[in-house]
Design a protein around this ligand. Structure first.
Ligand SMILES: [Zn+2]
Ligand SMILES: [Zn+2]
Length: 343
């Protein structure tokens, strides 16, 4: 019995290429009480590996969080299997708009302490006592209500390239930071205003809405399924789209375009641009926004220094990195002194 994926990423990529099968990129999550995450983990791996599922799945005592791709021809069997697991029966699947056969290269199912690293260790609140779910249509109405405060629960580099109009977009690096900032800023509105929140796929709001209710907010709403599901409903039902720009996603695409508006700018020259990239210098890897012109001029780098380093032979670069922490493993979230046009 093979419980772990033995193929390297390269071998996997070659296999997918060969097969030429169309894959569906799917994500879902569910907060639930899971007695033995390891048993669930093994069960999922064995079943999904047979179905040629690829992706990254976290299982914890608090639930499951999955991002994966399934060969289109196996989707029905996959869905049937999900429905056979009691707490996942009928779970909403977010299916990506732009399909991409290379989103994931391996199947990784991991047991974690939490399904989202949220930095929240307050065990006194009930995570199942969450805000009211609203669908796209109701959300569109709610956010026009003058009595509504609309909050983006994502981080600065996500909301920078796209957000709902009139949303508060906290300038934060982490989910934990945004919780405190929002609570502080909105303290006087706890009883009077409607607090409406959204995130990428809805999972952050599941916890945040429970947290704010716990902190005394009386009217808490959350966009069901996040921006991903909102966009699907807007297209399906021909609703007005109130999301501007791109939805930041965590795979290699970095962003899915939702509206034609470009609301961000190149961090190097200030020209309108909403394309994220990582600095080509392996030792830097900074995430930032760079236009085509700057990309050419800077050889895909974030600074003159990185450009110089990146131009050195690989062995030289390795020498320079010796003794330093492997910073290319750190996801540097778009903040650096060298970026003149980072707001
Ligand atoms: Zn530029
Ligand atoms: Zn750099």
């Amino acid at each position: 019995m093979q419980l772990y994926n033995k193929l390297s990423a390269k071998e996997r990529a070659a296999l997918i290429e060969e097969a030429g099968k169309d894959r569906l990129t799917i994500s879902f999550y569910k907060y639930a009480h899971i007695g033995n995450p390891q048993i669930l983990r093994d069960h999922l791996f064995l079943t999904w590996n047979d179905l040629d599922v690829l992706g990254r799945i976290y299982v914890a005592t608090e639930g499951i969080n999955a991002q994966l791709s399934v060969p289109a021809e196996n989707f029905k069997t996959f869905k049937k299997h999900l429905d056979s697991i009691s707490f996942l029966k009928g779970v909403r699947l977010n299916i990506a708009i732009e399909q991409d056969n290379m989103s994931f290269l391996k199947l990784k199912v991991k047991v974690r302490n939490k399904i989202v690293a949220d930095g929240l260790n307050d065990k006194t609140f009930d995570v199942t006592n969450k805000g009211l779910h609203v669908k796209a249509e109701e959300f569109n109405e709610l956010i026009e209500d003058p009595n509504t405060i609309l909050v983006d629960m994502r981080n600065h580099y996500e909301s920078e390239i796209g957000h709902f109009k009139n949303a508060i977009t906290p300038d934060v690096d982490t989910f934990r930071d945004s919780l405190d900032i929002i609570e502080e800023n909105l303290a006087e509105h706890k009883e009077t205003k409607k607090l409406v929140m959204y995130c990428t796929g809805g999972i952050r709001c599941e916890k945040a809405s429970a947290y704010y209710k716990h902190k005394g907010f009386k009217n808490v709403y959350q966009l069901e399924g996040g921006i991903i599901e909102y966009t699907r409903q807007v297209r399906d039902k021909n609703l007005e789209n109130k999301f501007l720009g791109k939805n930041f996603v965590f795979d290699h695409r970095r962003g899915e375009r939702i509206s034609e508006d470009v609301i961000a700018q190149c961090h190097q020259c200030g020209a309108p641009c909403d394309t994220h990239t990582n600095c080509a210098n392996e030792a830097c890897h900074l995430l930032f926004i760079q236009c085509e012109e700057c990309k050419t001029k800077m050889d895909n780098c974030c600074s003159d220094h990185c450009k110089e380093v990146n131009a050195l032979p690989f062995e030289e670069q390795k020498k320079l990195r010796k003794g330093k922490k492997a910073s290319n493993k750190i996801f540097k979230k778009g903040r650096s002194e060298v970026l003149k046009f980072k707001r």
